[in-house]
Design a protein around this ligand. Structure first.
Ligand code: NAP
Ligand code: ZN
Length: 363
């Protein structure tokens, strides 16, 4: 098989706007599928990466990791897919497939380090040379390991699927790990991940309170399924919620709140789980051992999800599509925009002027 040229939105240097360019995909490997890409969600991670906030980026870079595509060619060894299948391509493009984590569909925890969709050499074991230039979903055609081209249930529309592929999976992971039905969950940061967390947790019988720094998001959070809304900067709200939550999932891309603020909101035994990833220069926090010991509270972190949970999340959504498509106008504030508006969308996400909770970019 030969290399293939295709169009992609490329970030040439740290902080640069993306430009539409021709890129070259390497030959299709026996275990890979080739996909025509339809659309892609814009995750805040794409903004962190193009600005090299975490120091793990290589340029040029083709970002994007919430892609939906249609399989158009199969590598010679692929038996699992057919031409025409509609598939999801997310943050992982490959993993060792043999370690205990991979064997049970938790490839996000692969012991050799999963291969990030567009992580290059600077990401150590998580990237390979040239994935940064041809890997991401902001590309018209993609070639990717069949194992990581996850089939999407037929009834789930593209724009409902996209925000779930990274954002949804990332919050589904701690919801499955820590939130049995009846849990009182606080979701901090009501953006892409936070909105997905409210919806997915509600579908699993979890009671959600939205914890936000934006009072104007109250009606959208309640419409998405939160039972309550509290403003994280309001002393009265904080007092009213002290000691109320079993679990808090914090999706903020900044490190602007003291961890103690969230730990004070937990019940004894409660879990504060961080998924939002602040820039490298601002990732530390401090807390005292004593209150942890005397309350048995836990501080945790979580990274995307593996294929087993990706499948079960998509199935949950497929089985409850009416809820996901509720005619409540606030439920589906996805901003569908053409790909040539990708730079405006990224600027708006960084400046927090976005109106919907996720941009979905269409070719
Ligand atoms: P997003 O759509 O921009 O939402 C983030 C929300 O956090 C905002 O809507 C806002 O909610 C709150 N926030 C508080 N301080 C903020 C600030 N200084 N700037 C922007 N938002 C702020 O982002 P996202 O796509 O949900 O991603 C959130 C974070 O999760 C990012 O850091 C991303 O890289 C990370 N992430 C991690 C994983 C993982 O596997 N761990 C996977 C995907 C993404 P309120 O207005 O309600 O306060
Ligand atoms: Zn993401």
């Amino acid at each position: 098989m030969a290399t293939l040229q295709t169009d992609a939105y490329v970030c040439l240097n740290k902080g640069d706007p993306l430009v539409l360019s021709t890129i070259t995909l390497p030959p299709l490997a026996a275990t890979e599928v080739e996909c025509d890409m339809v659309c892609c969600g814009l995750c805040h991670t794409d903004c962190h990466m193009t600005n090299n906030d975490w120091g793990v980026a290589d340029f040029p870079m083709v970002p994007g990791h919430e892609g939906v595509g249609i399989v158009r060619a199969l590598g010679s060894a692929v038996k699992t897919h057919s031409v025409g299948d509609r598939v999801a391509i997310a943050w992982l493009r490959d993993s060792c497939l043999t370690c205990d984590a991979c064997m049970c569909g938790r490839e996000n925890l692969c012991r050799s380090g999963y291969q990030g969709t567009y992580l290059g050499n600077s990401a150590g074991p998580f990237g390979k040379q040239s994935y940064n230039t041809h890997g991401g979903c902001f590309s018209k055609v993609m070639r990717i390991s069949a194992r990581f081209a996850v089939k999407i249930p037929d009834n789930v529309p593209d724009d409902v699927a996209c925000p779930l592929l990274c954002g949804g999976g990332t919050v589904y992971e701690p919801i499955v790990d820590y939130c049995p039905a009846g849990t009182h969950l606080g979701v901090a940061g009501i953006g892409g991940l936070g909105t997905a967390a409210i919806k997915l947790a509600k579908l699993r019988g979890v009671t959600v309170t939205a914890l936000s720094s934006s009072p104007h998001k109250k009606s959208a959070a309640l419409a998405a399924g939160a039972k309550d809304f509290m403003c994280i900067d309001d002393e009265n709200d904080l007092k009213a919620c002290a000691g109320q939550f079993d679990v808090i999932i914090d999706t903020s891309p900044a490190n602007s709140q003291p961890v103690s603020k969230y730990l004070d909101l937990l019940k004894f035994d409660g879990i504060y789980c961080r998924v939002g990833l602040p820039p490298a220069a601002n990732q530390s926090f401090s807390y005292n051992f004593l209150p942890l010991i005397f309350t048995q509270k836990k501080i945790a972190g979580s990274i995307v999800t593996g294929n087993a949970r990706m499948d079960s999340m998509l199935q949950l959504v497929s089985n409850n599509l009416d809820y996901m498509l509720s005619d409540n106008p606030d439920m589906n504030k996805i901003d569908k925009v053409p790909f040539d508006q990708v730079n405006e969308a990224m600027t708006s996400l960084i400046n927090r002027t976005n109106k919907g909770y996720r941009f979905v970019l269409y070719w």
